[in-house]
Design a protein around this ligand. Structure first.
Ligand code: ADP
Ligand code: MG
Length: 241
């Protein structure tokens, strides 16, 4: 069981933004992806769950070629939860109803089943008290935890996080990182695009440093963050630490 990225190239028109990325994330691993703005981190995540096509290479999720003709992308995406910097919840639905939606519509669960799942996942991210509240009443950190609960409600095997704390006020970052820490301690397989270097260092099995569409360095955090070898990695870490 793994996400296996093999020599992936991806262009938008004539602009190549992912330039031959190879990386395997094994089940149970947490891999953080760090790197400057525009280096192709978000694009790679979109390619992993088939939201963007690729130009060459392959991405296998548990052996299924994401971009092959005939791949059932809806089924594949059920395995892969994704959380973005911001998720616009349905404002006219409560927190509970928002999280029930995908189990109801996509998995075909009964109302009672979907509610049980949503209550469980919202409790897990610390929002048991907010079930009946409307999303606009939540803080930014609570909204991001709701987004995580929503992804978890599909019982994914993998979770992709794309700078989920970047839009938050500094005092709200910790609670979201705590939730991600909890998931990692439970063995969730995660790819975490983040600028939170201390967090990446603490939770990751490996860190990948992206620069201009390529992985310049990948390895344990003690190596890539603690003792970087490439000048680009050293410069980047100086800029964010
Ligand atoms: P990162 O997440 O590392 O900041 P992105 O993957 O978002 O980088 O973007 C990489 C490059 O691809 C940037 O130059 C960005 O402008 C470009 N890009 C991203 N999405 C699109 C798109 N849908 N159409 C055209 N260019 C895009
Ligand atoms: Mg991005």
């Amino acid at each position: 069981m793994s996400i296996d990225i093999q020599d992936v190239h991806k262009s938008f028109g004539s602009l190549e933004v992912v330039k031959g990325v190879t990386m395997t994330v094994e089940k149970g691993e947490v891999v953080s992806v760090i790197g400057g703005s525009g280096s192709g981190k978000s694009t790679l995540l979109m390619c992993i769950n088939g939201l963007e096509p690729i130009n060459s290479g392959r991405i296998l999720v548990d052996g299924t070629d994401v971009h092959a003709r005939g791949t059932d992308l809806n089924r594949l995406r059920q395995k892969i939860g994704i959380v973005f910097q911001q998720w616009n919840a349905f404002p006219h639905l409560t927190v509970l109803e928002n999280v029930m939606l995908a189990p109801r519509k996509v998995l075909g669960k009964s109302k009672a089943e979907a509610e049980a799942i949503a209550v469980e996942k919202l409790s897990h991210v610390g929002l048991a008290e907010k079930l009946k509240v409307y999303p606009s009443k939540l803080s930014g950190g609570q909204q991001q935890r709701m987004a995580i609960a929503r992804a978890l409600a599909m019982s994914p095997d993998y979770m992709l996080f794309d700078e989920v704390t970047s839009a938050l006020d500094p005092q709200l970052v910790g609670e979201v990182l705590d939730t991600m820490r909890l998931l990692s301690s439970e063995g969730m397989t995660m790819i975490v695009v983040t600028h939170e270097i201390a967090f990446a260092r603490e939770v990751s099995n490996r860190v990948a440093f992206f620069h201009k569409g390529r992985i310049h360095e990948i390895g344990p955090p003690s190596q890539v963050i603690g003792n970087p070898q490439q000048p680009e990695t050293i410069d980047f870490l100086k800029s964010v630490l």
